[in-house]
Design a protein around this ligand. Structure first.
Ligand SMILES: *Cc1c(COP(=O)(O)O)cnc(C)c1O
Length: 392
């Protein structure tokens, strides 16, 4: 049997790819806690530079066997030639952005991207003479109108993680390519199990691996996936010079998380379907946003570029009184008050939120459904609504 097999499905690939060499028969791969690697000869030293994805290891800021194993799996999942892990999602995202801009360049970004990414574009990049224009991301025309001759980068996040707006990945990458505009996406919500943006021509796919890829709320990590050619440039520049490498133990944790990613994504999506449907049926809820609803406003696009959704949804409570929203959030027991998602545990946040598409600031509650039973989660939301005085 050839190893790996070309026709391996995602579930098989996760368990075996990159693990051809079993060390002392260990089925859980060993952890290479070493900063440095010694070479057999000078030729191998050169090879380490020339073949960063397959060659000898050199120094753990650049390459490490535990990282390479996890990176091989994630690249295959995303359908890209290369992947590098970083010490956080923001380390991956900032390396990606810096690799695409120089002084005088212009960036277009979807306004509903992750907050710190937006801050990097709005507050930090102007220090280097890089400007950013925000768009809602719903139409190609709107984005084309924002483009300038000096535009070099288009930053996407589809679905966005509060209102769950989608962008048409294929249309946007086809538009950007001939103009020399690099496209990047934050794929943390969907995971490669539900969406592989590179299939639609997106150049750089980033993850907060802290979320679903790690999956156990015990590691902060990021991933950047792209072509081999682009990654070689990143290795020489943003990876070597900014030095945001992930510790090998983090890569080991990511690998452990990946083992169950497909079943986990399926489980949390099914739970979110049940909890979101119940929430939507409640008289104290004015709107519910869930990618999995049959009547999701962008369902045609969803079905074209995603193979499903995950465990995150949000709703707008009818009562917009801040103290009541606070009481609701603090009354939740199973849903812990916290901003992250993708782990085993359910989480809730409530924030005043607005976007280009919804300019009026609204209190939005976002729920991440973890691996608890959906009936227990629904009971939890019901008792919190009672505590907030939204139902009697
Ligand atoms: C959490 C998050 C990030 C940042 O990742 P860190 O690992 O916390 O640095 C980026 N994008 C999205 C959508 C996130 O949810």
């Amino acid at each position: 049997m050839q190893f790996p097999e070309a026709e391996w499905q995602v579930e098989t690939l996760i368990q075996h790819l990159g693990e051809e060499e079993k060390i002392l028969g260990a089925v859980a791969p060993p952890l290479f806690i070493t900063s440095n690697f010694a070479f057999e000869n000078v030729e191998d030293w050169h090879k380490a530079y020339l073949e960063p994805f397959t060659g000898p290891f050199m120094y753990s800021r650049m390459t490490n066997p535990t990282l390479r194993m996890a990176e091989t799996k994630i690249a295959a999942l995303e359908g890209t030639e290369a992947c590098k892990l970083f010490s956080s999602g923001m380390a991956a995202i900032s390396a990606a952005i810096f690799s695409c801009v120089k002084s005088g360049d212009h960036v277009i970004a979807v306004d509903t991207i992750y907050g710190p990414t937006k801050e990097l574009l709005t507050k930090y990049l102007p220090k280097f003479g890089v400007e950013c224009t925000y768009v809602s991301g719903v139409s190609l025309e709107e984005i084309a109108e924002a483009a300038r001759p000096e535009t070099t980068l288009l930053v996407l996040e589809s679905p966005s993680s509060f209102f769950f707006h989608l962008q048409d990945l294929e249309a946007l990458s086809q538009w950007a390519k001939p103009l020399g505009i690099t496209t990047m996406i934050d794929n943390s919500y969907a995971t490669p199990i539900r969406q592989q943006p590179a299939k639609f021509g997106i150049d750089i796919v980033c993850h907060s691996a802290t979320k679903y890829l790690g999956g156990h709320s015990d590691v902060v990590a990021g991933a950047l996936c792209c072509s081999r050619e682009r990654m070689i440039e990143l290795l020489k520049n943003e990876i070597a010079l900014f030095g945001g490498a992930l510790h090998p133990f983090g890569a080991w944790q990511i690998m452990r998380g990946l083992r169950t990613l497909p079943i986990k994504v399926k489980a949390v999506a099914e739970t979110a379907d049940k909890v979101a449907a119940w929430v939507r049926s409640q008289p104290w809820v004015s709107e519910t946003f869930h990618v999995g609803f049959d009547d999701f406003p962008q369902s045609e696009l969803r079905d074209r570029q995603m193979s499903g959704w995950t465990g995150l949804f949000s709703f707008v409570p009818q009562c917009q009184d801040q103290s009541k929203v606070t009481r609701f959030l603090e009354a939740l027991h199973l849903f812990q008050l916290g901003a992250s998602w993708g782990g085993h545990e359910s989480l809730a946040v409530g924030l005043p939120h607005s976007s280009i598409l919804r300019p009026e600031t609204t209190w939005v509650v976002r729920l991440y459904c973890g691996l608890e039973h959906p009936d227990d989660l629904i009971r939890d939301v019901r008792q919190a609504a009672l505590a907030a005085g939204w139902v009697s």
